[in-house]
Write a protein of this length. Structure first.
Length: 308
């Protein structure tokens, strides 16, 4: 077993929720090499479904299936008939149950947890017949989603990073804490250059939506801005966004020359670290630890944005 106890103990406050019954989900195993020692659960729609697979990466100390349920994503999967893959980190791998987003051996192409995720997704896509694959990550899971999108751009149609960080942001404890508190030490140009070094001939990058609470004191909102800027450059979107201002939040959207939306940044006023939920709307989720009441709900908005 790989243990990063010291590092994980210092990276606190990235989410906790209790265990949840997983009766609607199937255990997902035998997906190939699993150097990251991850497990997963899988939800398949009953009857004819869409050709879409959504992957949810949880935050620290979280049960991924409970996050899917409480955020509204499980209900959306059942209603809209898309497949849902929920990888799960263990306490043995990380005492806070965080994905090891700050460890190079777990975030590089075909290494550690990143390879485990890649192999899980490949099997789930084959099993579901999905032609479109999407990833949603919250907090530490958001940081891993950023890494997955950079490492495997041809796997994903689009991604969503919620209260997360850009990749690469850290490869050790000191950098991780600094990135969380202050934002990336790297410039946008350096973040872009790294991604292009991983895939020097890449012409198409997945679409991305980024979510942040303006009062997040765990992961500085500057991370969301830098991540958005990295993706604007990678996708060669128009540099000037369309900005929609609402009473309690704003949405900035960058499009290509044909008017296709490529990147969006949702900034929610008076919200801290977590995912936006709104129990007052259908499939809007339930409030709880790091499931924060907001005027909009992340999961319905993201699934609608992707046209699933």
């Amino acid at each position: 077993m790989r243990k990063l106890t010291l590092i994980a103990a210092c990276l606190s406050a990235l989410l906790f929720t209790p265990a949840y019954a997983q009766s609607e989900y199937q255990a997902f195993s035998e997906f190939g090499a699993n150097p990251g020692e991850l497990t997963a659960s899988y939800l398949s729609p009953e009857g004819p479904g869409q050709d879409a697979l959504v992957v949810l990466l949880h935050g620290c100390v979280q049960d991924g299936v409970e996050l899917a349920n409480n955020s509204g994503l499980t209900a959306l999967a059942k209603e809209k008939k898309f497949s849902l893959l929920v990888p799960q980190q263990s306490f043995e791998n990380n005492v806070k149950r965080c994905y090891n987003w700050f460890s190079a051996q777990d975030t590089q192409v075909d290494s550690g947890e990143m390879l485990s995720l890649k192999n899980m997704i490949a099997k789930a896509q084959s099993q579901s017949g999905a032609k479109r694959v999407y990833v949603i990550g919250l907090s530490a899971g958001g940081a891993m989603a950023s890494a997955a999108l950079v490492n495997y751009p041809n796997v994903f149609t689009a991604g969503a990073v919620i209260a997360g960080l850009p990749y690469p942001c850290a490869d050790n404890l000191t950098k991780a804490i600094s990135c969380m508190k202050k934002g990336p030490a790297e410039s946008v140009e350096e973040l872009v250059s790294f991604a292009k070094q991983v895939h020097p001939n890449q012409q198409h990058w997945p679409a991305l939506t980024v979510w942040t609470g303006q009062n997040d004191v765990v992961v500085n909102p500057e991370n969301a801005k830098q991540l958005s800027a990295q993706w604007v450059a990678l996708t060669q979107a128009n540099k000037t966004p369309r900005v929609e201002q609402y009473a309690d939040y704003s949405v900035s959207t960058w499009s290509d020359t044909s008017g296709n939306n490529l990147i969006s940044l949702v900034e929610i006023n008076n919200m801290g670290h977590g995912i936006a939920v709104n129990p007052d709307i259908k499939n809007g989720g339930n409030t709880g630890d790091f499931l924060l009441k907001a005027p909009i709900s992340s999961m319905p908005e993201i699934i609608n944005l992707w046209g699933i």
